[in-house]
Design a protein around this ligand. Structure first.
Ligand code: C2O
Ligand code: CU
Length: 486
């Protein structure tokens, strides 16, 4: 077995795949029985949740550090919400910020009107207004919530939360831990640095200055020795790519974007903005520890250090198949309609877009704010930038689809940058990837490597669904559109 570090140091995805065998990250196959189907969800509660978006003080640079004015959805920074599959959420959002906001339930297959996209699926929730979301949770998994306008500024200041939908476990692990990775762009005095820069927006994104997991620093925790530890890793950062590995313990991937997969040994797994990964780790013997590491950054960075103490309730042979199979609509590949989408730099120069909007036009500011776009673009999907040059209405959809019909999309990256591509309201199947070896799996966001081609398939659900790169400055500067499913 080639060591992970030697493989990763400066070697691209293709080399990684060949170094670990034809199946790439699936090397070291284990005999694992197919996942068993999930029993129907029992009953279903109605959960009344309250969200109040507001500004509050927090110390992001440590308990003795300076104060920062964060924006949050609840009285906690990056709250963790828990529900069960089949539960109905009735969530009232009240906005006390000076700008409009909303809640997008990333990865949840919600009805279109509950999708939380201002101007597209709902009116913006202005200061002093409220909006109530109500829907039933169709799928278990690891999800998250965030706003969908001025996203780099709002999530940049802290507006994000983790949503765990329980009901996918056939056997409970001995611990269930969250690693929500999101950096902060702070000056030393605790004030915010600009969340967007031309340099970042036109390239790989503007990065935080302070790395953080679950809000502050990296995690140190105790876990039951020799226990089965479920780790839910979320990349909630707007720019960063993570390459997740576990050092010091056996680790298996058990779910991707919340959707169970037949477990396979974790070598490393690359995650762009908004992607999630559930891992099952067999903790070492008491006194030893293991680490969760990001190998993508120039120097590997430890997200969490877990020390094994005491012992698990019952030590048995390690069987990572603790989840039920996902229960999702499957595309009919033979009948599917094929469409292709090219993700590129925008053809019109930034200046071109800017001049189309007369700054003196009073409509200009309203429309720019309203459509949540900036005054220029750098990026495009099929050569269309969000919005089109006509700012007076929603741009035309990127595609017209038929509800209930199967689609295969080919996603092509014509740039030298990563783009985590996300489709709202659907869980698609990743059929094939051309650069980074991946098993077939369900996801809501897929990381397009530079110059990569990826095929995804899904069954279209009615509504106007956003389709975009999740690197926040990329979507804000043009790499966003929507599909109209009628
Ligand atoms: Cu996290 Cu448009 O999405
Ligand atoms: Cu992008």
């Amino acid at each position: 077995m080639i060591g992970r570090r030697s493989v990763l140091k400066g070697i691209g995805a293709a080399a990684l795949a060949s170094a670990t065998g034809a199946s790439g990250l699936l090397a070291r196959p284990v005999k694992i029985a197919p996942l068993t189907p999930r029993p129907p969800a029992p009953g279903g509660r109605v959960l009344d949740w309250r969200f109040t978006s507001m500004e509050r003080p927090a110390r992001l640079l440590g308990p003795m550090g300076p104060e920062t004015r964060v924006w949050t959805y609840t009285d906690e920074l990056m709250p963790v919400l828990r529900a069960r599959v089949g539960d109905t959420i009735r969530a009232r959002l009240e906005n006390r910020l000076d700008e409009h906001t909303a809640i997008h339930w990333h990865g949840i297959r919600v009805p279109n009107a509950m999708d939380g996209v201002p101007f597209v699926t709902q009116p913006p929730v202005n200061k002093g207004e409220s909006f109530t979301y109500e829907f039933t949770l169709p799928d278990p998994g690891t999800f998250f919530i965030h706003p969908h306008c001025n996203e780099s500024g709002q999530t940049g200041r802290g507006m994000a939360g983790v949503l765990i939908v329980e009901g996918d476990e056939r056997r409970a692990p001995d611990a269930d831990l969250i690693l929500a990775c999101k950096d902060w762009r702070l000056a030393e005095d605790g004030s915010w640095l600009p969340f967007e820069t031309t340099e970042g927006a036109s390239r790989a994104g503007t990065f935080g200055t302070v790395r953080a997991v679950n809000g502050v620093g990296s995690v140190n925790a105790d876990v039951p020795a020799e226990g089965d530890i479920r780790l839910r890793v979320l990349n909630l950062d707007g720019s960063r790519v993570l390459e997740i590995g576990v050092d010091g313990a056996e680790a298996y991937v058990i779910a991707i974007d919340g959707n169970a997969v037949p477990p396979f040994a974790l070598e490393t797994w690359r995650m762009g903005s908004a992607m999630r990964l559930d891992i099952l780790v067999r903790a070492p013997k008491a006194g030893k520890s293991f680490k969760v590491i990001d190998y993508y950054s120039s120097e590997p960075w430890t997200l969490g250090t877990y020390r094994a103490v005491g012992s698990a309730r019952k030590v048995r042979a390690f069987d990572p198949a603790i989840l039920y199979a996902p229960d999702l609509p499957r595309a009919d590949l033979a009948q599917a309609e094929r469409m292709s989408f090219t993700f590129s730099a925008s053809s019109g120069s930034a200046a071109d877009m800017a001049t189309k909007l007369e700054p003196s036009d009073p409509l200009a500011k309203v429309l720019l704010d309203g459509l949540c776009v900036r005054d220029k673009t750098f990026w495009a999907i099929n050569q269309a930038s969000w919005p089109t040059t006509d700012h007076r209405q929603l741009p035309a959809p990127l595609g017209l689809l038929q509800a209930g019909r199967s689609y295969v999309f080919e996603l092509m990256n014509a740039t030298p940058h990563h783009h985590p591509i996300h489709l709202h309201g659907h869980t698609f199947e990743v059929l094939s990837t051309s650069r980074l070896a991946r098993p077939r799996h369900f996801a809501d966001t897929v990381l397009l490597q530079p110059k990569e081609r990826i095929k995804i398939a899904f069954v279209a659900q009615k509504g106007d669904w956003m389709f975009h790169c999740h690197l926040l400055e990329h979507l804000e500067y043009g790499m966003m559109g929507y599909l109209r499913v009628a």
